[in-house]
Design a protein around this ligand. Structure first.
Ligand code: F6P
Length: 325
């Protein structure tokens, strides 16, 4: 058994379905080594305040199947400043906590990097519905968020086909078009709008008009929230300036995508990455993000992850277009 350690688990930024499964995995992997585990309440804020709760195998029972995070999350402004970071490290020292696992996306991994540079052994766990983190091909929460988007598309198709309508479905993803593109391909959308590719509203309207003329019963356009034109402005353009054939409606999926029961894929990913994070701390490999690269658990230095975003592979854009025939 490795020397007794007290570790703290932090969930930070936007919650993602599967975060609870990751908290469970970190806690049980730590306890199985004879370590003590604590959870920080509301992300990095809990570290600054020294607001930790003990986590044991029973405290994390029954949470794997739930969305959100039992620890609470936050986008802490104070922790972005050096003063907040030093206060957090000082609190942890006082409490005898010797390592941290940070479960979250971009902003959170910047925080993990700050903790690591301040001298606290820290490992990040890749978790964000946006799937824009360097160091992981897929992040915890993405699969569930995509399945929610697919369900929305399926439902919109059934009502859209009944009344001959086009739906502009706006999905989350911040500045990344991953969720929109994957949902468009797997959902069989007629068109997709993403921030990575310039959109011409007139051309888009022509595409939807063409789909109408080919006899399609509905026109589904998946719009990434970070795109230059949002769903409402495109709908306005369609109805005011261009005849697309279909009657036009807008649906904004928003946070519905985040608040879901995690799928099998997210529970499994969270369990593997959470346990791997503890394994890394146990063998002294810290200052890294654990994620999945080419189907294997892999560690990437936080220095290479923090403040960067993974570019979207646009190869599927062509497939989306071909399948919309
Ligand atoms: O980063 C996750 C995410 O859900 C983004 O897709 C979205 O832009 C953002 O968080 C929303 O943030 P908030 O929950 O603070 O409104």
């Amino acid at each position: 058994m490795s020397p007794a350690k007290k570790i703290v688990v932090v969930t930070s930024g936007g919650d993602a379905p599967g975060m609870n499964a990751a908290i469970r995995a970190v806690t049980r992997a730590a306890c199985s080594r004879g370590w003590e585990a604590f959870g920080s309440r509301h992300g990095f804020e809990g570290l600054i305040k020294g607001d930790l709760r003990p986590l044991g195998p029973r405290e994390v029972g029954g949470i794997m199947q739930t969305g959100g995070t039992i620890l609470g999350s936050a986008r802490s402004k104070r922790f972005k400043e050096a003063e907040g970071q030093l206060e957090a490290v000082a609190q942890l020292e006082r409490l005898g906590v010797s390592a941290a696992v940070v479960i979250g996306g971009n902003g959170s991994q910047q925080g993990a990097y700050a903790l690591s540079r301040a001298g606290l052994p820290t490992v990040g766990v890749a978790s964000t519905i946006d799937n824009d983190l360097v160091g992981s091909d897929v992040t915890i929460g993405v699969d569930t968020a995509l399945n929610v988007a697919l369900e929305a598309i399926d439902r919109l198709k059934s009502t859209g086909s009944s009344l001959g309508r086009a739906f502009l479905l706006e999905v989350m993803g911040r500045d990344c078009g991953y969720l929109a593109l994957m949902a468009a391909v797997a959902g069989g959308a007629e068109a997709v709008v993403i921030p990575e590719v310039e959109t011409d509203p007139d051309k888009l309207a022509a595409e939807i008009r063409a789909a109408y003329e080919r006899g399609k019963p509905h026109g589904i356009v998946v719009v990434a929230e970070g795109s230059r034109y949002n769903a409402a402005s495109l709908a306005h353009h369609f109805t005011e300036h261009k005849e697309v054939g279909f009657d036009v409606r807008v649906t904004i999926l928003g946070h519905v995508q985040r608040g879901a029961r995690p799928t099998y894929a997210d529970r499994m990913l969270a369990t593997r990455l959470g346990a791997a994070a503890v394994d890394h701390l146990g063998t002294g490999r810290h200052g890294v993000l654990v994620g999945m690269l080419r189907g294997e658990v892999a560690a990437t230095p936080l220095a290479e992850v923090a403040g960067k975003t993974k570019p979207l592979d646009l190869a599927l854009l062509e497939l989306a277009g071909m399948m919309a025939l």
